[in-house]
Design a protein around this ligand. Sequence first.
Ligand code: ZN
Length: 246
Amino acid sequence: MIDTHCHLGEDYKEVLKRAFEIGVDHVINICIDVLDIERGLKIHREYPTVPAVAGIHPCHAHEVENGHFDLICGLASTKKIVAIGETGLDLHHSQKHLAIQKEYFKKHIELANDLDLPLSIHCRNAYQELIDFIEKNRVKKGILHCFAGSFEVARWALEKGFYLSFSGVVTFKNATQMQEIAASIPLERMLVETDAPWLPPEPFRGKTNEPAYIPYIIEKISRLQKKPRAEVEEKILKTSKELFGL
Ligand SMILES: [Zn+2]
């Protein structure tokens, strides 16, 4: 199995041990600041199946560290990372940083397109702004990470050729719309992620999330898609490997 989007911390050894034990043998580690990137590269040297992705999270776009974007460009062009991101738009906490979020989003899009790398897109309370922006700034290989949009957004994303990545939220009892979307879209366009350490699936809500919980998300998707678990597991792994070049 694979976790296509999580954030590993200082305790990565223990966290990865538990993931590997349960069969989640590929973990994609999203690094959002300079220290995080350094640790991500070190982890990848230690664990070849745990590659890094680097970007500037939209919630930090207004307070970017010096040299952060140049570092991402250098790593991307030397193929030390397997995707760019997470980048995108987030209007959940405040509207006031939208302009700078768009500025960095555009830079990430250009970099990913130039190098033919997938782009991990974060969107919170800003799907309409996101659609308008991407209509003007084409993304070649997009992943809507932690997908939480409507049917219309899902249809739009599939038309663009994007992948929809489902997190533990899909297991929540009240996530009926998300479950209906996960039941109806083609399995070939779905990814799974924990977004650990946040958003643990049922029955771990309120605890710290980790990649070892991926089986709960796969189980839910196999029930929604009415397909055998092994088939869902296999297809998602195949899609992810092709997309990230693993
Ligand atoms: Zn994330």
